[in-house]
Design a protein around this ligand. Structure first.
Ligand code: APR
Length: 313
């Protein structure tokens, strides 16, 4: 029996970190693709040489083409430019639209039955682009953002309360931008909502830090954006799918009327299994939470409209 094949497009910071983590959990063979000559080949070989030490039996191939990606089960798309200090994710729109369009075309042709996970920013708009280009059904195309935003929220709560990150469950919905929707009521420490464990001002402060979480790291790194946590988040989604875990995770998916949102890619709670997005969960939201989610979705629609205005779709 052959192992599942996972292709990672873009072998930069996020792509290479994802490949490293994928190799370590021995979940399948990995193909790393990048336009920079020699770079994906070099990183793949380096990772292969890590395997004896880490004790993982997988094949890792690096390439500048797409033949090796043929018949992939899952494709993670990370190719594109990251932001620099002072930039918003939306500033990447025009450049990354072109890259995601080209890459998705190549991937979809060779792996028509694969599941696509987008990581490139601005995330929700890039999932839309990949959806338009690939024509994949909404079960098989999604974006990684909610897992990362929730992980950031969990980190800050753990730091604040001095409690294990493992005890903290968080839910951040909406688009991957300044108007993301962290749901404090559904964010718990061993089942207890954080709203009962800290004063409102602290909850609000941690929510704000979560919204600014990406920018905080960009400002520190100066030359690029976060990659360890984004890579780990994408790998959690891959694992949920390939192991058919039926795991509930916030992911960017195509809403078709759920939460009163239509034809828009936005972060919602989904069940991930071998079929990809197997279900979109409809949890009860307050009027304010619904309003915030709708606002976030309308921002995503505006960005998608800008892509059409640019003549890219
Ligand atoms: N085909 C393949 N690879 C490409 C292409 C392309 N058309 N265009 C760019 N790339 C590659 C670059 O050569 C680079 O190696 O994508 C890689 C991106 O890596 P980094 O610059 O290190 O950026 P990274 O931090 O990995 O972020 C990638 O993910 O989180 C988002 O906002 C982030 O949009 C950014 C993306």
């Amino acid at each position: 029996m052959s192992r599942p094949k996972i292709s990672v497009i873009g072998a930069g910071n996020v792509g290479a970190s994802a490949a490293l983590k994928l190799a370590e959990i021995e979940i399948g063979d990995i193909v790393l693709v990048d336009i920079v000559e020699g770079m994906p080949q070099g990183k793949a070989l380096d990772l292969m040489e890590m395997c004896p030490v880490s004790g993982c039996d997988v094949n890792i191939t690096g390439t500048n083409g797409y033949e090796e990606t043929e018949g992939s089960d899952i494709v993670i798309i990370t190719s594109g430019i990251p932001r620099k200090p002072g930039m918003s994710r939306d500033d990447l729109l025009s450049t990354n639209t072109k890259i995601v369009k080209q890459v998705t075309g190549e991937v979809a042709k060779r792996s028509p039955n694969s599941i696509l996970i987008l990581v490139t920013n601005p995330l929700d708009a890039m999932v839309y682009v990949a959806h338009k280009v690939s024509g994949f059904s909404r079960e098989r195309i999604m974006g990684m953002a909610g897992v990362l935003d929730s992980a950031r929220f969990r980190t800050f709560i753990a730091m604040e309360l001095g409690i294990s990150v493992e005890n903290i469950n968080a839910f951040v919905l909406g688009g991957h931008g300044d108007d993301m929707v962290p749901l404090a009521r559904y964010t718990t420490v061993s089942g207890v909502p954080i709203t009962e464990l800290m004063p409102k001002e602290r909850v609000d402060a941690l929510i704000q830090r979560t919204r600014d979480g990406g920018a905080e790291i960009v400002k520190l790194l100066k030359t690029g954006s976060a990659f360890y946590a984004p890579a780990a988040s994408a790998v959690e989604m891959v694992e949920a799918i390939l192991k058919d875990k039926k795991k509930i995770l916030p992911c960017c998916v195509l809403a078709n009327g759920e939460y009163g949102i239509k034809d828009t890619f936005v972060g919602l709670p989904v069940k991930l299994g071998r079929g990809g997005v197997e279900e979109i969960l409809q949890i009860k939201l307050t009027d304010d939470e619904t309003k915030a989610l709708h606002l976030s979705a309308s921002h995503v629609r505006e960005l998608c409209q800008r892509i059409h205005d640019l003549g890219e779709l």
